[in-house]
Write a protein that binds this ligand. Sequence first.
Ligand SMILES: [Zn+2]
Length: 273
Amino acid sequence: MPELPEVETIVRDLQHVVGTTIRSAELTHVDILRGVTRPKLLEGLKGRRIDTLTRRAKHAVFTLGDRRLVVQPGMTGSLLVHTKPLTPEEAKYAVLRATLSDGRLLVYRDVRRIGTLLWLDAKGWARYDSALGPEPLEPEWTVEHFAGRLAKSSAAVKKILMDQKHVVGIGNIYANEALFAAKVDPSKPGKKVGIEAAARIREHSIRILEAAIRSQGTTFRDYRTGTGERGNFQLELFVYGREGEPCRVCGTRLSGTHDIDARATVFCHRCQT
Ligand SMILES: [Zn+2]
């Protein structure tokens, strides 16, 4: 699923829709909706101005007056703006289509429809926002905060780093990369990590997320930027997707496991002790 750098890229690429008004909207499938019905969403979108488009955690947030449309792109989800009518191929997976006041079409495309759409009022937004942890690229994510969360948990450090209650936006790709850079064993229990290693993990997480934004995210299969391009950060990965290949630091064969969180964890048993 797209993580912070990918969603940040999409949101930056689509700033040109801010200030337009949604003339009408269509939805081909309701299975991506959460807590809202099709008529309620479509009637709600109609005639509303897009005031801002921002990112929270791994989600794109359109603010439309007192409502928010929260798009959580799944593994195969993307947001795109079309200036011409959709080709049959483009139309096939265009789940949500909003016609803008300037005639362009804002599309949420999702091949497997793993993503979700939320339509929130002020109260719903407050509840959604408060359930999420701090943003890693904001000053609120301090060493003290992170080390405090680690110290209270016997879960694997990788799981804690990916838990959106503790810090948002970091998923499997960037957790693997940050722990490698920080030289920390991903299976280490949080309470055994200690303040120095916590500080290293935080520092490298921030550095890697920022570098990935500069590279417009990581594309393995489906992720595309807001202009339909591939990201480039896959070229800079040290461990993710490299199980069995030599470590770029020490040359040892990288190990892989699914035992930590049922996701692919790749690490160097020599560098990450
Ligand atoms: Zn190594």
